[in-house]
Design a protein around this ligand. Structure first.
Ligand SMILES: Cc1cc2nc3c(=O)[nH]c(=O)nc-3n(C[C@H](O)[C@H](O)[C@H](O)COP(=O)(O)OP(=O)(O)OC[C@H]3O[C@@H](n4cnc5c(N)ncnc54)[C@H](O)[C@@H]3O)c2cc1C
Length: 453
């Protein structure tokens, strides 16, 4: 391809990779979305000017561009496209902390964990904490508006984005926001790009808000005979509280983690809640007591409290290990549906009936305090009938969430795996508005075609 030779010439040596073996590793994200195509090249720019040059080239030659952070996405958002390029931001990883402004200025390829570490050196904290924080990039977090375990109290990625540099579909670089905590000048374009999944522009720099380091938390772990009882405990404690973590694992996910890496969890439990409080002073004891009472009232079989951060962290690690542990049981289709917190018991009941109806196994872990569940459909991909039933269950779970006024995705994004269900949630008018925004910013549709819309 002559055009590709032109791109190779215009960028530094090694920035454009055409080796098929390397390209293969950039075709999929963690979802292994089956529709992933084969790109003509992987482009790994070293700075924003090289991103601009690449996008200008792509615009001129109408080549699809799939932005990619660390490829930990769970909805096929960075699946490659046939004939396109994968624009991997992995080499752009600078992190600069400004302790006076309490901000981090970050290049998109920096991992979430690297930002936390750099902030920690100044006694500051970057709260958004997807379970994948050690393997996902800030660019990917911004593009998916990633959530995580402490969102129940501290909010999601968008709550910490003060500024972005974005390369638009024609190669123009715009700077939105800055280190200002308050800024309402002009339309709120900054937030338009958060959660846009690489379809509207490419993030080349983010200015993130930091907060003082978090206090060491106390951890309550409660087990229940049935998942419904655990869900009712969540609803009850969320009436008056915002604990700093409120996570749920069901029986199958507990056992999957135990099979994967024995951690001494109670295999007989129908569900387990891991709740943390980082409330200051006397408020801590009050919050913990309310959590314990809510669990006991909902029929907990055991309630355990620890103020030892290492002991607490073991349970959080068990929760974080759930995806890889369940993934080790077979092929998976991973859901991310959510509903208003009081409807959590109904949502979980619907998921259980869908599993029964379609004869599939659906373990559930959840950021329960946010009403955000991850039903994980496990199936045998060598069996066509099992694959068909898993696909039907995947669609049914999204339909059940919509039926409850909920969402098909709380944090992973629509990507390619949930695209077909989006109109049912948003409705035709909002879909049409979304398409108008997309075509205003990317009239030739070169940015991440096939994702979201
Ligand atoms: C074990 C595991 C646990 C997880 N737990 C959570 C969790 O608790 N909460 C959560 O929210 N997610 C979770 N995820 C999902 C995933 O880690 C997040 O979606 C994360 O934000 C993706 O970041 P990434 O760098 O890997 O992005 P990628 O997967 O590379 O890309 C994700 C999307 O962002 C776009 N993109 C990437 N970089 C840019 C950029 N610079 N500019 C524009 N667009 C860009 C891509 O095109 C794609 O649409 C988990 C994943 C795994 C594997």
């Amino acid at each position: 391809m002559d055009a590709l030779a032109e791109l190779i010439r215009s960028l530094p040596d090694g920035a454009v990779v055409v080796d098929p073996d390397v390209i293969e590793a950039y075709r999929y994200d963690w979802s292994r979305e089956p529709g992933a195509g084969t790109p003509v090249a992987v482009v790994r720019p070293g700075d924003a000017a090289q991103v601009q040059a690449t996008v200008q080239w792509a615009a001129e030659h109408r080549v699809p561009v799939v932005p990619r952070g660390a490829g930990s996405g769970l909805s096929g958002g960075s699946s490659a496209v046939d004939g396109g390029i994968v624009l991997s931001l992995e080499r752009m990883r600078a992190v600069e902390i400004d302790p006076d402004c309490q901000t981090a200025t970050v290049e998109p390829g920096a991992l979430n964990a690297e930002v936390k570490l750099a902030a920690g050196e100044h006694d500051l904290w970057y709260p958004p904490d997807p379970s994948s924080y050690e393997i996902c990039s800030i660019g990917g977090n911004v593009a998916t508006n990633a959530g995580g375990l402490c969102c129940v109290k501290y909010g999601v990625t968008t709550d910490y984005v003060l500024g972005l540099d974005v390369v638009l579909a024609d190669g123009t670089l715009v700077t939105l926001g800055g280190q200002r905590i308050k800024d309402v000048a002009g339309l709120s374009l900054l937030k338009l790009f958060v959660g846009s999944e690489g379809t509207l522009g490419i993030v080349t720099r983010a200015i993130l808000r930091l907060v003082p380091a978090q206090a060491v938390a106390s951890t309550v772990v409660a087990t229940f005979a049935e998942v419904d009882a655990a869900a009712r405990a969540v609803v009850s404690m969320r009436r008056g509280l915002r604990p700093s973590m409120l996570e749920l694992m069901d029986r199958t996910s507990i056992n999957a983690v135990e099979d994967y890496r024995s951690m001494g969890l109670d295999r007989s439990a129908g569900a387990m809640l891991v709740v943390q409080s980082d409330a200051p002073g006397a408020a801590r004891a009050e919050e913990v007591a309310t959590v314990e009472a809510a669990c006991a009232d909902a029929g907990a079989t055991a309630v355990f409290l620890t103020d030892d951060p290492d002991e607490g962290e073991l349970f959080v690690e068990a929760r974080r290990a759930a995806f890889p542990a369940i993934g080790a049981r077979g092929a998976v289709m991973l859901e991310d549906v959510g509903a208003a917190v009081p409807l959590l018991p109904e949502l979980l009941a619907s998921i259980a009936s869908i599993a029964q109806e379609h004869d599939v196994e659906i373990p559930v872990v959840a950021h329960a305090g946010d009403g955000n569940t991850h039903p994980i459909i496990v199936y045998d991909e060598t069996d066509p009938d099992a694959t068909k039933r898993a696909g039907a269950a995947f669609d049914a779970v999204m339909a059940a969430a919509i039926e409850l006024g909920g969402t098909i995705t709380g944090e992973h994004g629509v990507g390619r795996t949930k695209r077909s269900a989006l109109p049912a949630q948003l409705g035709e008018d909002v879909m049409a508005l979304s398409r108008r925004v997309k075509s205003a910013l990317d009239p030739d549709g070169i940015l991440n075609p096939g994702a979201v819309l």
